[in-house]
Design a protein around this ligand. Structure first.
Ligand SMILES: C[S@@+](CC[C@H](N)C(=O)[O-])C[C@H]1O[C@@H](n2cnc3c(N)ncnc32)[C@H](O)[C@@H]1O
Length: 257
């Protein structure tokens, strides 16, 4: 007997379906109640219903805000009467920055300068004539790599980034800045072999952490260090936790393999 699993949509697709349902429900309610609201009132009703549906569907809290504001923002944008090319430009920029976020559930946000400084303590001790290796999986704009390369030029720093615009930005930053110990690859972190690195750094989201831990355990060498900024591995306590005095009081979670 085969057990049918429920279909699991990525959160963005789920949000879109709920938004469409909210639109249909709003239209239906207005038809039944014989009401003709202004576009703004219609949009806020639609947003409210979408937020309620998202809450029932147990979407993350920040989705409720997005769902509530989506239709009113559309109405406001239409009222501004901008030339369509600006929407196209904005769409393309978002596409190139957030690329496959709807699938990975890992958007671009940057770690603070204080996190970069805290990471310095977890680099291996300097050994004359020997380089250590560091990777930032999901390297964003390359800030972690270039900062560490200045502080510890005896390291070899690699970044892997899947979104085109952040990749291009970090590639230019490395090239133009003359960071010869750094390189960044346009690719998927799941295809990287973590066994080549002494230190693996990740600042991703809660979504991939369980799978990432399994990958780290399978591939990383004994004695190497796995560091996650902010996001923990379910059921695995880190050996060290460092709270950083930045805007978000970010935490570095450290595991030794
Ligand atoms: C939260 S940002 C962190 C950026 C940088 N590491 C930092 O600390 O400032 C996560 C980055 O991971 C990238 N990313 C998400 N999934 C990825 C994947 N499967 N492979 C490569 N990069 C990925 C995103 O595009 C995003 O730029």
């Amino acid at each position: 007997m085969t057990i049918k699993r429920p279909i699991r949509f990525p959160p963005a697709i789920k949000a879109l379906l709920l938004q469409l349902s909210a639109f249909a429900l709003t239209l239906l309610s207005l038809h039944i109640l014989v009401l003709k609201p202004t576009p703004t009132a219609f949009a806020f009703t639609c947003g409210l219903i979408a937020a309620c549906l998202s809450s029932i569907a147990k979407q993350a809290r920040w989705w409720l805000i997005i769902q509530f504001l989506f239709a009113p923002t559309l109405v406001a944008a239409l009222a501004v009467n901008l030339h369509p090319k600006y929407y196209l430009i904005a769409f393309l920029i978002f596409l190139l920055v957030f690329w496959n976020t709807y699938r990975t559930q890992v958007p671009l946000y940057l770690s603070s300068n204080k996190i970069w400084c805290a990471l310095e303590c977890y680099l291996p001790d300097a050994v004359p004539g020997k380089n250590f290796s560091f990777i930032d999986i999901g390297s964003g704009l390359g800030g972690v790599l270039t900062h560490l390369a200045i502080i510890r030029p005896d390291g070899s720093y690699c970044g892997v980034e899947s979104a085109p615009l952040p990749f291009l930005w970090s590639w230019l930053r490395i090239r133009l800045g003359g960071y010869y110990q750094c390189r960044v690859l346009w690719g998927n972190l799941w295809e990287c072999n973590l066994g080549r690195y002494d230190v693996v750094f990740a600042y991703l989201s809660p979504a991939p952490m369980e799978r990432l831990w399994l990958k780290a355990q399978a591939e990383m060498r004994p004695g190497s260090v796995f560091i996650s900024s902010t996001f923990c591995v379910p059921g695995r306590s880190p050996v060290e936790t460092v709270v950083v005095d930045d805007l978000h009081h970010s935490t570095l979670l450290v595991w030794r393999l």
